[in-house]
Every structure is written in structure tokens, then in C-alpha cells.
Design a protein around this ligand. Sequence first.
Ligand SMILES: Nc1ncnc2c1ncn2[C@@H]1O[C@H](COP(=O)(O)OP(=O)(O)OP(=O)(O)O)[C@@H](O)[C@H]1O
Ligand SMILES: [Mg+2]
Length: 333
Amino acid sequence: MMHIGLDIGTNYTKATADGSKVITFPSLVVYGEEKEWSLKGEAEREVYVGEEASYMAQNMENVEVLRPLHEGRLMHSSYIELAKHALEMLNISDGKFVATGLPVKSSKKERAELVDELKNALRCDVLLLPQPVGSMAHMDINTGVCIDIGFGTTDIIVLADMEYLKGDTLLVGVDKIYESMEMTIRNRFGITITPEEMTRLLSEESFRVGKVRGGKKIAVSREDVIDEYNQLMKSWVERIVNRVNMLLEGLSISLVENIVLTGGGAKLPGVEDQFREHFREIGDIQIPDDPVTANARGFYKLAKLYAGEQKSESKELEQKTEEETKKRGRRKK
Ligand SMILES: Nc1ncnc2c1ncn2[C@@H]1O[C@H](COP(=O)(O)OP(=O)(O)OP(=O)(O)O)[C@@H](O)[C@H]1O
Ligand SMILES: [Mg+2]
């Protein structure tokens, strides 16, 4: 039996089959259009996923690029393509148990449908959890709060002894701060930059985003934009903190001693410090070793744990039935 931790995010899909090595690819899907001519007689591909989809999005016109998870909602068929692609990359075929996650505020109907579709498409057992549970499991924290700042959503949960108490999904993620930054840079320098460039610009001191504009070279460095960034980041963190505070209102203090901050947003400069400052009086902020892959690695742990439990449950059941049969047999005699 193979165990798999699968975290399909708005921007990146992360998956692992051993709990440490994590594969990552863009959560993008392109369905191939029928070409008017095919000169090499190649069989037409129907679907492009991950890096290939990203390449097509950048280099071809008229292709519709799908983001299967958007604003916390999912598009089923393309979502399944991401899951399949992840298993292909991990070289997994049969006998598997997949633990994966959805935003906290996904609907029950959506979840039930997704589990069915995943089971059918991947021919495997599926355990579906609220996304931030992965990071909590990864850090072996059973009671506490987890704030998962992803690209499209921020998911918050409160767990008590590994049981869900309450949670929320905000449609505020790294995307919101990147959009404002992108606009600032466009207005000031006249160039557009991608989210990937933005991540590097903000986190690498020596990185320059350079573009040609009107016959000139324009380069932007971290120094050029850091003041605007700090201002935006602080009010963005406040927005998230306000929502977290609403959720924590009235809770027993023993539940909030551990506050985990995870997801790519936790790695943005200054964010950790801001959270620490806001929650100074409530609890300690902890960040997993790699917040981007922590959910996937935690899901892997839970897949192993849960698959084991299911096995022992079914063994118990087998034993019981065996005993029953024996008893009945004896009675007959
Ligand atoms: N140092 C960093 N390393 C990686 N990503 C970073 C870093 N700093 C900022 N980011 C940004 O954080 C974003 C969020 O990452 P994450 O993988 O947690 O989101 P997601 O899981 O795709 O989205 P969601 O959870 O909302 O569905 C990344 O897409 C990236 O733009
Ligand atoms: Mg995520």
C-alpha cells in the first residue's frame, strides 16, 4: 500500500509519497483544441497539466488556461487532472491511499462529490480534510490554531485534540497583496511583473526585474518597492488578524497556546513578525520548516495513520466474523 499526501492549491500542487520529497507543479490545466491541420500526423493531446500548461499559457494565443481551484471553489474535471498528474509524477499506480485537502468553507456536497470522483479516477481510497490540518499534523500539534495563507485563500482552523472545533475561509491570500504591488509597479515603472517575479523581487535582495520599455531598459529592485510593500503588507495582515480574532473570541485560552502560521504567505518578508506582534498576548507563533509543502507532508502522515486504522478496523471485523462463524459452527454441532 502506497500512502500519498496531496495538496492541490490555487497556485501550486504539492504531493509526496514518502513524507519528505515533495513534487510541485503549477495548478494549471489546458484542454487541447482540435487543430485545423496536423502536418506530422501526431496524435493530438487532449490535456496539458502543470509546467506544460504554464508553458502553453505563456507562449500560445487563444488557449484557455484553467485554474481548477479559484477563490476557494473548485472545477471538478480539471481538478481531477491535477490529482492524476501528481500521481503520474510520483510514479504511483495501484494500491494507494490518498489524503488531501479543501478550503475549510467548501460545501459538504462539494466534498462528497470530490471524494467520489477522486476514488473513481485514481482507483484509491481518499481521505479529505480541511487544508490547514496538514500543517498541524506535520508539526505534531493536536490542539491549537492554524492560519494557512495560500495564494487564493487564507484558511483558519481551531483544533482540539485533533478534532475540528471551528474554522473559516477568507478570500484574501497572497494574490491580494501581489495585485496591489503589481499595480504600484505598473504605475511607477510602466512594466508588468508576474507573481513568480514578485516572489523573487520581495525575497531576494540582489534580484532585479528587468523589462524593455520604449527602447530602454527598466529594472526594479526590492529597494525600490519595499516601503510600499511594508505598508500594504501591514494592512493586509491586519485584515487577516481581525478575522482570526473573530474566530477566537470566547475560546478557552488552553486552545490557543499554539498558533501555526503556514502556506507561502508565511514566507513573505515581515509577515511572521507582524503576526507575532498581533498575537503577543495570546500565544506563540510557530512556522513549519517549509510552509509551502507542510500541508502535503502532514497529509502523508495522516494517510499512513488513517490507512493503518482502517486496516486494523477491518482486521478486527474479520476476526469478529471468524469468531461468530466458529461459534455458529459449534452451536450447529
Ligand atoms: N519564499 C516563498 N516561496 C514560495 N512561495 C512564496 C514565497 N513567498 C511568497 N510566496 C507566494 O506564496 C504563494 C502561496 O503559496 P501556497 O503554495 O501556500 O498557495 P496555494 O496552496 O497554491 O494556494 P491556496 O492554499 O490559496 O489554494 C505562492 O504562490 C507564492 O506566490
Ligand atoms: Mg494551500
